[in-house]
Design a protein around this ligand. Structure first.
Ligand code: ATR
Length: 277
């Protein structure tokens, strides 16, 4: 029997660091989808249009994930859905209909729900105002959370609030510490490997007691910020689950199958352990 190879992958520049092949290929193996493969596709930003066309028309690709710095750059060449438009970034393309979506939203909200973190009416502080924060804010607003954003550059936080047209406020970190948040989410890259000593919460500011902390950083799996939250009687959740679940949502769009989340999570753990960070 001749199998038609079904290819998916991740485009970015560079993409060598991506853990997505390990996650997706483990899922294909688990479900017996032996004709599917997920690989790394480096595409320089200046030829993204041509790159997409080649993957679709000549490479026979079913779809791709999109990572930095192409998440915005691909938008003119796909049909972004409502989520992608709101977030202003595409992380998953399906070539069949040239649709673009952003599964970071479902990945983030899904992981919070999997950890039984209640969101409706909850007071939630987000640290950061980049692309990751935008996805988080969009998702949390839909869940009915009470949102405040604390960012190094306050104007960027206010800009997100205006553009997403949501009810939220900006806070300084000092104000955020006293606001009575139930959940604090780190949407900055501070603390990410190799800068593992970094922490978006300043040493001189007491961290609020008993707060749940979600760190979107997944490498290292325990960040300094997570240690700080735990040292102050809080619960800390790392970003590995969000990575797995954004991948799972893309997997389902492409294959039509429910994603084997646990297998994908185990594959991520193995891949992280292999990198010893
Ligand atoms: P992403 O798309 O992954 O969210 P990004 O768009 O570069 O990445 O956004 C990174 C966020 O982390 C920004 O909000 C940035 O703050 P500024 O808006 O002031 O630039 C924040 N950030 C990055 N490094 C930081 C640092 N050392 N301290 C505080 N915030 C930082």
């Amino acid at each position: 029997m001749v199998l038609t190879e079904k290819r998916v992958g991740v485009i970015g520049w560079p993409v060598t660091h991506s853990l997505s092949p390990a996650i997706h290929n483990a899922a294909f193996r688990e479900l017996g989808l032996i004709d599917w493969t997920y690989d790394l596709v480096p595409i320089p930003p200046d030829i993204v249009r041509q790159g997409l066309r080649e993957l679709r028309e000549e490479g026979g690709y079913i779809g791709v994930n999109v990572t930095v710095p192409l998440k915005q750059a691909v938008m003119p060449y796909v049909r972004p859905d409502e989520i992608a438009q709101a977030v202003g970034a595409v992380n998953t393309i399906t070539f069949r209909d040239l649709s673009g979506t952003n599964t970071d939203v479902a990945g983030f909200i899904g992981d919070l729900q999997a950890h039984n973190v209640s969101l409706k009416g909850a007071k939630i502080v987000l640290l950061g105002a980049g692309g990751a924060a935008r996805a988080a804010i969009y998702g949390l607003a839909q869940e009915g959370a009470h949102i405040a954003i604390s960012n190094r550059t306050t104007e960027k936080a206010q800009q997100i609030i205006n553009e997403l047209d949501i009810e939220a406020q900006t806070l300084t970190l000092k104000q955020a510490a006293e606001w009575g948040a139930e959940l604090i989410v780190n949407c900055t890259s501070v603390g990410m490997w190799p800068n593992v000593d970094g922490c978006p919460w300043p040493d001189e500011l007491p961290f609020p007691y008993g707060v749940t902390l979600y760190d979107m950083v997944y490498r290292p799996q325990v960040t300094r910020l997570m240690e700080l939250a735990e040292a102050n009687g809080g619960r800390a959740i790392g970003g590995a689950g969000m990575l797995v679940r954004q991948g799972a949502a893309a997997f389902t769009r492409w294959t039509g199958h429910d994603a084997p989340i646990d297998v994908m999570a185990a594959a991520l753990q193995d891949a992280l352990a292999a990198r010893e960070h």
